[in-house]
Design a protein around this ligand. Sequence first.
Ligand code: URP
Ligand code: ZN
Ligand code: ZN
Length: 470
Amino acid sequence: MGSVLIRGGRVITAADDYVGDVFIENERISLIGESLDVDADKVIDASGKYVLPGGVDPHTHLDMPFGGTVTIDDVESGQTSAAFGGTTCHVDFVIQPQGSTFAEALDEWRSKANGKQMIDMGYHMAITDLDEGGSLEELAGLPDQGVTSYKLFMAYKGALMVDDETLFRSMQVAADSGALVMVHAENGDAIDVLVKEALAEGKTEPKYHALTRPPETEGEATNRAIQLARVAGAPLYVVHVSCQEAVEPIALAREKGWNVWGETCTQYFFVDYTFLERPNFEGAKFVYTPPPRDKANQDVLWNAVRTDILSAVSTDHCAFNWDGQKTLGQDDFSKIPNGGPGLENRLQMIHEFGVRAGRISLNRMVELLSTNPAKLFGLYPRKGTIAVGSDADVVVFDPDKKHTISASTHHSRVDYNLYEGTEITGSPEVVLLRGNVLVENDELVASPGIGQYVARARFGEELKAETAVA
Ligand code: URP
Ligand code: ZN
Ligand code: ZN
């Protein structure tokens, strides 16, 4: 790759906002200044544009077997869609198959990615089995391989759910190994009872997905995870927070100064319970977990991201086609594969309805979509900011570009879009990964293989450029 000069853009990080030039050499930002006098192989005129650090999405599921099928986006299609949306790095979940070691699981996930990567990526390890498969000793060694976060599902009984003993033992290991514990916080036992009762009463439509997972089950599990993490001495990150009942215990923990963080996902700001009631099985498009909630929660979530009760916005991209995959649950809502798409539209939607609507500042948007995920998941300052020495993962963003979001133009393989028909102003114009142009003027420029696996730093540690790529 040659050198690149991004000239005259409005550079926005979590902390700064100024007009300047950004010069890139050897995949990193080497110089930032006013009217830089340098020769470059490529010059990008960014006047009137924002120059943002590439998005970091800490929560995605690509090529993942789930709910009797496999997500429709593999690494190549999912990451291509991410690139068009201005996301240049993500952390995907390795799901430990029951009976497999963590090493086997990691090998399997790496082989799915090999040769297909369009953006940089890391892995979280989702622990499902500490009896027959992975051991506590093996778990403790994962941070040495750059896998510095452990995920536990407190729901999906009979599939991914772990009991409290497994959760707590994993937290104890994390406290020693320097990993961050992530939880999907819902009370899986109570939900299982409610699902069985609903089905026994002949309640099979998509809306029962939400009605059998009330917000209290999310609030209870969130509080339980927070208290157990306190006992174990582990840092905790609560994924996909959807409602007031879960925001409240996180707010309390953070007020007390405990090591607790939370994220929400783009969809929880926009999709509410009524979407599940759409006729002709269209509601199935919105079957993801936790489910879309009553609309009143949307203001609660905006307030939480504005005030740093919640510290990140991810997508939880877990895409299944409506036709052929969601329809597995045509006669039984519990058989609808859980998950929704969104990797491509996070920046557009949060810019439109967060920044342009006056709910959050541009700096806060960058912090939520890039800087905080990079800091929490051991990628900062290599990722998550525009600074000398950082990877040149840069989005030149046109704040005036109009676009209508649609499945007919998005780059994911999935056959619908959660935000179909939404008109937004502001979209990525050029997206660079380590100085390589991925997307320019709505065209994919790079080829698969350009993305790399990033070995992440332990929780609370910085990732220096020279230590990173495995
Ligand atoms: O419905 C969802 N969210 N599917 C992906 C798995 C998870 O719970 O994150
Ligand atoms: Zn989850
Ligand atoms: Zn998820």
